[in-house]
Design a binder for this molecule. Structure first.
Ligand SMILES: NC(=O)c1ccc[n+]([C@@H]2O[C@H](COP(=O)([O-])OP(=O)(O)OC[C@H]3O[C@@H](n4cnc5c(N)ncnc54)[C@H](O)[C@@H]3O)[C@@H](O)[C@H]2O)c1
Length: 314
C-alpha cells in the first residue's frame, strides 16, 4: 500500500457484477464501483434498460457489460457468472441486490406472492453468493467481496411478512456465509437502506415522502447517491476486517421514537427537488413517463394504495 491511505478505497483493476443493476439501488452500486475504478457487469432481468446502464458506466472510463439473468434460476446464475468471467477474466466483487416487494395484508396474501418474494430476494441472493464464491475460491489469489442488499425492513416491521422476512433472512445468511468463507479471504457483508427513491418508489405519494422526511432525523428521503460511500467501503480494502456486518444507511429513520416529529433547526442537506434527480434518470432510461415530482402512479399501484391507506388519503 502507498503512503496515501485513501488508496485503500480504490477499486482500479477490480472486476465486479451487480444484480438488479439496471436501475435504482443496483445502478447506484454499479456507479460507485465504476467511479472507484472497477469494471462492472450490469446483471438484470430487464434487458431493455440494463444495456443502457452498462453503456452509462463507460463514462467513468471502465469496461462494462450487460448480462440478462433471472436470479431465481440456478442455471442462469451460474451461466451469468461464467459470462462475466469470460469477459473480465476474473471476479473480485459481487453485489446481490435484485429484489421485489409484493404488497398486501398477510391475512389473505397468496402463497404464490410469498414464494416469489422469497425466491427473488433470498434464494436469488444465495444462488448468486454461491456462484461468486465458487469463482473466487477457484481464483485462489486474494478472495473477494460479496455484498448483499438487505433493508431496514430486516429490523423493523414496515412492509409485509414476505418482504421483511426475506430481508431478515439476508442479514443472517450474510453472517453465516461470512463465518464460512472467511477461510477463503472472502468478506460477506450487507447494507440496509430505508425508504429510497428508486423506480420501486415511483408511485409513492408526495404525502408519504413528506411524512418520511418528517420522521427521519437527517430530514430528507434517501437517494441512490447516498449509498456510494457505503458501497465503496464494503467493496474495497478499507473493509478488509469487516465481515458478516449489516451496515444501516437510513438517515436515522429507524431511531425515531418520538411521539411527534422533532422539527428542524437548519434545512436538510438535500432538497425535495434534489431527492428525485436519479429517480427521473432511471424512469427516462425505462421509458416510463412521470410528473414533475417523479411520480408515476401506474408503475406500482399497490404501493401507492398501501401508502394512501396508511395516510388516510382518498
Ligand atoms: N427502494 C427502497 O426503498 C429500498 C429500501 C431498502 C432495500 N431495498 C432493496 O434494494 C434492492 C433494489 O431495490 P430498488 O429500490 O432499486 O428496486 P427497483 O424495483 O427500482 O429495481 C430492482 C431491479 O431489480 C431487477 N430485478 C427484479 N427481479 C429480478 C430477477 N428475478 N432477476 C434479476 N433482476 C431482477 C429489476 O428489473 C430492477 O432493475 C431490492 O433488494 C430492494 O428490496 C429497496
Amino acid at each position: 500500500m502507498s503512503n496515501n491511505h485513501l488508496d485503500m478505497f480504490g477499486l482500479s483493476g477490480k472486476k465486479a457484477l451487480v444484480t438488479g443493476g439496471a436501475v435504482g439501488i443496483g445502478k447506484a452500486c454499479a456507479t460507485a464501483l465504476a467511479m472507484a475504478g472497477a469494471d462492472v457487469a450490469i446483471v438484470d432481468i430487464d434487458d431493455k434498460t440494463g444495456p443502457k446502464t452498462a453503456e452509462a458506466m463507460r463514462q467513468f472510463g471502465v469496461n462494462s457489460m450487460f448480462v440478462k439473468c433471472d436470479v431465481t434460476s440456478k442455471d442462469q446464475v451460474q451461466a451469468m457468472v461464467a459470462a462475466v468471467v469470460q469477459e473480465f477474466g476474473r471476479l473480485d466483487i459481487g453485489i446481490n441486490n435484485a429484489g421485489i416487494a409484493i404488497l398486501g395484508g398477510d391475512e389473505d396474501l397468496d402463497q404464490a406472492a410469498w414464494d416469489k418474494v422469497i425466491a427473488v430476494n433470498l434464494t436469488g441472493a444465495y444462488l448468486c453468493s454461491q456462484a461468486q464464491a465458487q469463482q473466487m475460491i477457484k481464483q485462489n489469489d486474494g478472495g473477494g467481496k460479496i455484498i448483499n442488499t438487505a433493508s431496514m425492513s430486516a429490523r423493523i416491521a414496515n412492509c409485509n411478512a414476505s418482504y421483511d422476512a426475506s430481508k431478515a433472512g439476508i442479514v443472517h445468511m450474510t453472517k453465516t456465509l461470512a463465518a464460512e468463507w472467511g477461510r477463503f479471504n472472502i468478506n460477506v457483508n450487507c447494507f440496509s437502506p430505508s425508504y429510497l427513491l428508486t423506480p420501486m418508489h415511483a408511485s409513492t405519494p408526495l404525502e408519504a415522502r413528506e411524512c418520511i422526511r418528517n420522521l427521519t432525523p437527517m430530514g430528507y428521503m434517501e437517494r441512490p447517491e447516498d449509498l456510494y460511500g457505503t458501497i465503496i467501503f464494503l467493496a474495497s480494502a478499507a473493509s478488509n476486517y469487516v465481515t458478516g456486518h449489516d451496515l444501516l444507511v437510513d438517515g436515522g429513520h429507524t431511531l425515531n421514537a418520538w411521539l411527534v416529529p422533532l422539527g428542524r433547526e437548519v434545512p436538510p442537506r438535500v432538497s425535495p427537488e434534489e431527492e428525485i434527480v436519479q429517480l427521473k434518470k432511471d424512469l427516462d432510461a425505462m421509458e416510463v413517463p412521470y410528473d414533475e415530482n417523479g411520480i408515476n402512479e401506474d408503475l406500482h399501484p399497490e404501493i401507492a394504495n398501501a401508502f394512501k391507506g396508511m395516510l388516510g388519503l382518498d
